[in-house]
Write a protein that binds this ligand. Sequence first.
Ligand code: HEM
Length: 534
Amino acid sequence: SIRCQSTGTDGPKTRNLLDNASNLLTNFLSGGNLGSMPVAEGAVSDLFSRPLFFALYDWFLEHGSVYKLAFGPKAFVVVSDPIVARHILRENPFSYDKGVLADILEPIMGKGLIPADVSTWKQRRRVIAPGFHALYLESMAKIFADCSARTIIKVEELLERQDLHGGKEIELDLEAEFSSLALDIIGLGIFNYDFGSVTKESPIIKAVYGTLFEAEHRSTFYIPYWKIPLARWLVPRQRKFQQDLKVINDCLDGLIRNAKETRQETDVEKLQQRDYVNLKDASLLRFLVDMRGADVDDRQLRDDLMTMLIAGHETTAAVLTWAVFLLAQNPSKMKKAQAEIDSVLGQERPTLESLKKLEFIRLIVVEALRLFPQPPLLIRRSLTSDLLPGGHKGNKDGYAIPAGTDIFISVYNLHRSPYFWDKPHEFEPERFLAQKKSEGIEGWAGFDPSRSPGALYPNEIISDFALLPFGGGPRKCVGDQFALMESTVALAMLLQKFDVELKGSPESVELVTGATIHTKNGLWCKLKKRSDIL
Ligand code: HEM
């Protein structure tokens, strides 16, 4: 039910030219070294008339779950099968790096975890992952609730003002609100910096958005224009990007300097004893500086913080946006969500304990990530030759790929695969519950619960890689629980107070994609105070 954006490369003439170029390339590449792999004969115009992952879905249904796509001057292998995804992500992960994605992100994130080469990654992941332990997450629950409360207060104030003029509801772009909320949370949680973006604008906030915008643009533009010599000085937009980057880097450098200068043995002891309750600053930066020694390389630390700022911001804002979009079209599920919130929270704020009981809200978040995965494609490049399993309808001997093969794992295709999901395009958070309820077993419907007993959410392990809300294998999202808790708190606190409807039709919400799937013009909603609570 979604209309897609046209990027404007229309017109029959352009299309024919592009199609011819594409066919030539396809023919040329089909004799290449990927053997008997099916080749998508799609036209390049398909790629420009709508988000890429829609076209990849149609070709998946046509060609099977491993196929080759000739795309500009390059060929990509597109994977839509859980076993093949499992092979790349978990069984043979160190034979792959981030390829095109690293080219795009390296100028921004340096050697942060996402673009890092395998050897830097191994070293940094060991240092960073322990920072996301249970007590850290527990202390974050308060930050999630405090920041969400700012958004709630803002909406309440807008409603009060409207009330003075006799109105009972307001219209608001919730995507923009979620973006501010997620920025405030990531700033406080990762480096104890309050952007305060829910209530104000500032040069640093503008610089963050400018940088995100450029990262987004680069990920939809397949020629690395930013590598052209002197471009960073000569092209105005590149100059602006360099300035934005400098503003953020200066801010992060200041925070790192401050964290190092204020390192105190008493705080280190509290951290060692996991006494988070009595710590004034429980951020990840404090952990990295205090627990890992003040001599950690500043440049690396900055890359790590920048990576988490970007990785944890847009993704969370996107999942909240699509969760509301889906709920607004399903009033009975909205009511069910509000009933759960009322019975678990009443009018209280969520705490770690109450959060655990908000199961339906958590499943709404996961179902929103199933239908709108963030990011929709995982990108890899093979460092050595490898043998990929054949996948559904594919060659039973698999496909040999040479070193340097670029791969898209289409999480969007996996999550909407008709071979693994009933009614794959429907929003049905209960799909994860059916078996659990009817058979009285622990786990999630259709999955093998013994693979990950007590899993917090339906994940890649119990689904055997059919569901990858946070990726899988060693490079799985390091902030998965942070993100899940954060989204659950934010969604619960919004629906606790307000009824939300879409302002226009679902079809008018146009969808665009870069690193994440988002709307073209915002998620405009009508909000009013819930009438069914006191
Ligand atoms: C990696 C999704 C929130 C930090 C990933 C990956 C996915 C993902 C799919 C794997 C990428 C790949 O394999 O190529 C999400 C979603 C989020 C979210 C859907 C929100 C709903 C966060 C947050 C943080 C974070 C809040 C930090 C606090 C990272 C980092 C990596 C990563 C550092 C790289 C991990 C590595 O390579 O070791 N995320 N993420 N993410 N995410 Fe998240």
